[in-house]
Structures are given as structure tokens and as C-alpha cells.
Design a protein around this ligand. Structure first.
Ligand SMILES: *[C@@H]1O[C@H](CO)[C@@H](O)[C@H](O)[C@H]1NC(C)=O
Ligand SMILES: *[C@@H]1O[C@H](CO)[C@@H](O)[C@H](O)[C@H]1NC(C)=O
Ligand SMILES: *[C@@H]1O[C@H](CO)[C@@H](O)[C@H](O)[C@H]1NC(C)=O
Ligand SMILES: *[C@@H]1O[C@H](CO)[C@@H](O)[C@H](O)[C@H]1NC(C)=O
Ligand SMILES: *[C@@H]1O[C@H](CO)[C@@H](O)[C@H](O)[C@H]1NC(C)=O
Length: 261
């Protein structure tokens, strides 16, 4: 009788331990996903981002918001500046499922880009599908944003657009990690050392304009550099970036859902 009681006691204790360990991860994920989303008719959709927090007001009231169409008069096509002045270096990184997108966040010093004499440090890259910027009203399959920040808190984002075609070598190098993120409920996955120089740009021509971050807090005065050459990625690579996130933006149909802020 005493033995059975002890067994029951340990079973209950083990069960409670399991429950207590599972709970924090789940609630953090839900919180993240509910803060804002891309549902065009939703309470927390793009049209309402500016009302969710006072600090996000620029999303509704800003005067230089992104994304825009790249034929807009605000956009200049630049080729006289030569190659982008990048001095990146390999650093440890984490893949983070932010609920609305997948982000590769460098933990160490991943180097910087120099624009007009200002140094902007590379912080993270994340992917949007379909692309956020459009060209003559057309969206492409995928757009990566490499987000940089200066020491005085100004942002510079380098964007690269992709259509469906041959594999992108940088995404190929991340395939295994992305697959493991897709099959896991963990928010963060260690990506190891990632070299930002392997994100291919390969063009001296780019679109340049002053806009904003495209997700809250939609910070303005952000310098945009979008590579003019459209690169390629496979349907599977784009799908992999979408399936891991549990959001309307992750709908597997590539043509789904252009959003309006
Ligand atoms: C946007 O501007 C309008 C009028 O200028 C103001 O009434 C409103 O509170 C502002 N909204 C936000 C979110 O800042
Ligand atoms: C990456 O992290 C590992 C383990 O913490 C460390 O040994 C290594 O030096 C780091 N590499 C870089 C490039 O920072
Ligand atoms: C390139 O960036 C480096 C480091 O920020 C800077 O020292 C150098 O002057 C820049 N070169 C050009 C041509 O802008
Ligand atoms: C670069 O600097 C020049 C001169 O100060 C200025 O006219 C131009 O708008 C700047 N460009 C960017 C992208 O900041
Ligand atoms: C915007 O950025 C420019 C340089 O890129 C800077 O001179 C200016 O002070 C900034 N303005 C605001 C309102 O932050």
C-alpha cells in the first residue's frame, strides 16, 4: 500500500513539473503573435497598427511610410555611388520565429554598411513573402530586409527582391535550420556562425529613398537601399520561410495577400 502511495506521489509530482515547464514557452508565443498581424480586416491588422501603442503612431500618421511602389517619385534610381560600401563579418546568429515572420538575428558584431559617411551596424535580416515593395504595382515572391542601425539610433535597410527560379545559395545554406524551425514550437533556434557576406547582392544599381521600418513602430527617416536586380529563389525555399510562421502572411499560396497599411 505504501509503495503505491509513493508511486502516485511521484507521478503527480512529475506531471506538475512537466506542466510548469511547458506553460511559459506557449504563452510567450501567443503574446507575440497577437501584438500585431497582417489580417486586412483584423483589429490588429496593418490599418490599425498606429492605434495599438502610442509609440506606433507613425504607422498611421507618418508622412514617409514604407513600403511603397518603386516607381514612386520619392524613389531615385542610383548607380553613380558604385558598390554598396559593406564591411560585414561572420558572427553567431539565432533564427527567431517572430510569429509574423522569420528573423535571423546576429548576436555578435556582424559588421556594418557605410552610407553617405554614416556607419550603420548590421543587426538582423528577415523575410517577407510576397515582397512588400512593388515594381509598377507588381509584387515579387520574396523580399529580404537587412536591418542596420547607427549608434545614434537611425536605421538603414537593404532590401533584395526574389522571383521564383534557381535556388538562392544563402537560403540553401539555411535549409536545415529552417526545416527544424518549421517543425518546432520553440521561438529561437541557434543558427551558429552566419556570414552576412554570403547574402548575394551583385548589383551596383539600386533604388534609394527615405522611408520607414515596415513593421511597428514604423520608425521614419529610415534610409532604404533596394537592389535593382531581382534575384531568384525556389518555390520550396519561399515555402519554407512561410510555413514556420503561424500567421495569414504565411499562407502557402504565393499570390496571397498584398497588404495595405
Ligand atoms: C493621427 O493624427 C490625428 C490628427 O492629426 C490624431 O487625431 C490622431 O490621434 C493621430 N493618431 C495617432 C495614432 O497618432
Ligand atoms: C560563436 O559562438 C561559439 C560558442 O559560444 C564561440 O566559440 C565562437 O567563437 C563564436 N564565433 C564567432 C565568430 O563569434
Ligand atoms: C566605406 O566605409 C568605411 C567604414 O565605414 C569608411 O571608412 C570609408 O570611408 C567608406 N568608403 C566610402 C567610399 O564611402
Ligand atoms: C547624402 O549627403 C548629401 C549631402 O549631405 C545629401 O544631399 C543626401 O541627401 C544624402 N543622402 C542620403 C541617402 O542620406
Ligand atoms: C534624418 O536623417 C538625417 C540623416 O540621414 C539627419 O540629418 C536628420 O537629423 C534626421 N532627422 C530626424 C527627424 O531624425
Amino acid at each position: 500500500m505504501g509503495k503505491v502511495a509513493i508511486q502516485i506521489f511521484f507521478s503527480i509530482a512529475f506531471f506538475l513539473l512537466l506542466v510548469s515547464r511547458i506553460r511559459p514557452a506557449t504563452s510567450q508565443e501567443v503574446e507575440d503573435e497577437e501584438e500585431f498581424n497582417y489580417d486586412p480586416n483584423g483589429e490588429n491588422g496593418p490599418a490599425n497598427w498606429g492605434r495599438i501603442h502610442p509609440e506606433w503612431g507613425a504607422c498611421s500618421n507618418g508622412s514617409m511610410q514604407s513600403p511603397i511602389d518603386l516607381l514612386n517619385e520619392r524613389v531615385e534610381v542610383v548607380s553613380h555611388l558604385g558598390r554598396l560600401n559593406r564591411s560585414y563579418k561572420p558572427a553567431n546568429a539565432t533564427l527567431r520565429n517572430r510569429g509574423h515572420d522569420m528573423m535571423l538575428k546576429w548576436e555578435g558584431d556582424a559588421g556594418s554598411i557605410d552610407i553617405n559617411g554614416t556607419e550603420y551596424l548590421l543587426k538582423q535580416s528577415h523575410w517577407h513573402s510576397p515582397s512588400e515593395h512593388s515594381i509598377n504595382g507588381k509584387r515579387l515572391a520574396l523580399e529580404v530586409h537587412m536591418v542596420h542601425e547607427s549608434v545614434d539610433g537611425r536605421f538603414a535597410v537593404v532590401g533584395i527582391m526574389y522571383m521564383i527560379g534557381r535556388p538562392d545559395s544563402f537560403l540553401s545554406s539555411l535549409t536545415q535550420k529552417l526545416q527544424s524551425v518549421a517543425g518546432s514550437s520553440e521561438r529561437d533556434t541557434v543558427a551558429g556562425v552566419v556570414d552576412p557576406r554570403s547574402i548575394k547582392i551583385g548589383s551596383r544599381k539600386y533604388y534609394r529613398y527615405i522611408g520607414s521600418l515596415t513593421i511597428p513602430p514604423c520608425t521614419e527617416n529610415t534610409t532604404w537601399t533596394i537592389v535593382r536586380k531581382v534575384r531568384t529563389a525556389t518555390r520550396e525555399q519561399v515555402r519554407l520561410l512561410r510555413v514556420a510562421v503561424h500567421d495569414v502572411s504565411s499562407h502557402p499560396d504565393l499570390e496571397y495577400f498584398p497588404y495595405i497599411k
